[in-house]
Design a protein around this ligand. Sequence first.
Ligand code: TRH
Length: 351
Amino acid sequence: MRPRPIRCDIFCTVIDNFGDVGVCWRLAQQLATEFAWQVRLLIDDASALEWLATPSQHAAVRISDFHGAEYENAEVVIEAFACEIPPAFQAAMAARKVPLVWLNLEYLSAENWVATSHGLASKHPHLPLTKYFFFPGFDAASGGLIRERDYDTRRLDFDATAFRQRHGLPVARQKETVISLFSYPNAPRDALYAAWAASATPILAVLPGNTDAPWQRDNLRVLPLPFLSQHEYDELLWLCDLNFVRGEDSFVRAQWAERAMVWQIYPQENDTHLVKLKSFLTRYLPVGAGDTLYALFMQAWNTQGTPDWPAFASQLPQLNTHAKHWADALRQHPDLATNLVDFCLTRLKID
Ligand code: TRH
């Protein structure tokens, strides 16, 4: 008799922006299509899925409202980003006769403490339940990064010309640098636009998720695009010579894209995000390169400074080579969904 598929509930609340839903949707898709798990996404605001998901993806994952959903005996329950599963649901989990695995999927961080926190167990204060902390990360001591099995195939099949036509990108000018720009409103974009306009070679900036009209100033053309599906957003990252990304998920996708990238980290109180930014740069850059033009540019981008575009642009070829080596090194570790499945099956005592 074939074993019954693992049932998995993923709880997600959308705090702001799209990272929470973006990560949960990717994970849900992977567990369903690559591991044949029966996945339900319990979410308080599914509106972003209208543009983020492709129509065919909807068949793979069931979507329920976060509040009031009944426990259906799932073997694995994932609470994304400490979103607090409703108490009645927790009580129903505790009443299950056979043990289940309850995970809290945490935010991505490059900080060293992740290695000692990943996989830690925490007993529920009064119910017979244990919750495990599952940390994404950049090395083997963490839960890894989301990366789909078909990522390389999709990339090989990517047709840049068709993408340009589909999204109305203008005919490329000679020596044009194509840049995607996805940032928070407080990024010093005007300073960058001024530098791009004054650039010696032409620049096309593509702004996904932006409803402004296209505009042009000197050597800069700016093309806003509607939000793309996650699949098409990957394609945009592959198309571009440089990608500005933010938060968590687009940041990871830009790394898989093997292109130079500039990251705007999600801002936190007391500037704790700047510590996290530094931890990432320490990992990402070769030893002793903490004060390179690249690090300075990224710091300026994250602190409303004035990013030195000409200096940065002169490093672009080396940065692209580095991005490839970085992705090669990351690929040596299993991806997050594979790690998560192993973790759960071990605890469920299933081979
Ligand atoms: O939207 P974000 O700023 O999300 C943030 C962060 O995740 C942050 O850590 C979290 O605390 C906060 O949300 C609540 O950036 P992020 O993480 O890149 O998420 C954007 C998602 O949208 C990602 O899945 C990529 C996707 N996307 C598209 O699919 N198409 C697009 O056109 C664009 C611009 C993004």
